[in-house]
Design a protein around this ligand. Sequence first.
Ligand SMILES: CC(C)(COP(=O)(O)OP(=O)(O)OC[C@H]1O[C@@H](n2cnc3c(N)ncnc32)[C@H](O)[C@@H]1OP(=O)(O)O)[C@@H](O)C(=O)NCCC(=O)NCCS
Length: 268
Amino acid sequence: MENIQVWAVILDESALQDELYQRALTFVDAESQAKIKKFYHRVDSYRTLIGRLLVRRMLVKKGISLSQMTFATTQSGKSYLTAQNSNPPIAYNVTHDNNVIAMVVGPGRTNPPAFGLGIDVMKTRVPGKSSINEFIEVVGDQLSQQEHTILQAASTDDEKTRQFFWMWTLKEAYTKAIGMGLGFDFKRVEFHPQERLVKVDGQIPVGWKFRMFVLKDGEDQYQGVCADFMGNSEQAEVLPENIEGNSSWLSVEEGVPFLNTAMSVLHT
Ligand SMILES: CC(C)(COP(=O)(O)OP(=O)(O)OC[C@H]1O[C@@H](n2cnc3c(N)ncnc32)[C@H](O)[C@@H]1OP(=O)(O)O)[C@@H](O)C(=O)NCCC(=O)NCCS
């Protein structure tokens, strides 16, 4: 298992029946169930439930039965598989936003036990009713000066929105790969999307590979980035955006078929 894989699920909330939810819930551990049930909105429960089922189905496919899997989280909340015998060990990370849930899986190369793999996905849309300029003003202190300059030079608001979400999802993927999430100052990570150039604390980091991807949900578009700390001595590489269906490492399923196949795989 040399390379990473990304599995994404696209939810159509209206197609999700309560019976399916209750049944799917029985395939995750009691701690996950408690977390999932706490959400006020059912769609939030679904996102976390599907994220956890993506991990469990992947592990079954790799020969680890549901009863053999045990999980733990780091102090900052990054989940990992404990007591694993796989060689190389299995690394994974999960993200969700609106209708999309995605998991990255790959060889655990560096920084056990949670390893240096991270993923983030976001819908390409300014939340609420604000404009992209208003939104950038709100989160602006988490962007570097050069990122502000790039955004100011964007020719249209749509272009600016896309550039912004590349910057943001790369920052999140990087900080999730190192396991710190929002505990790491986002301003320290700088991304120039057109040049595909990443800097951390002003330097191109060594040993990293980033992958940009795009998913479509009807008219809506999502942008995502995977961050993989390979631990080699090469300067960070950013692989360009892969449109869904055009990539050997990215696969997409719909919510209901995903839940049905996950349950049948986990049952055996
Ligand atoms: C991780 C974090 C960035 C998630 O942000 P987000 O954009 O809202 O969420 P995403 O959808 O991309 O990711 C959510 C998933 O990230 C994973 N996750 C949680 N904490 C994580 C961490 N520290 N590193 C990597 N992944 C993490 C979980 O699998 C979670 O899914 P689940 O809760 O449904 O199981 C944010 O919750 C965070 O920063 N948490 C840690 C903060 C912290 O404790 N800092 C302490 C200082 S080190």
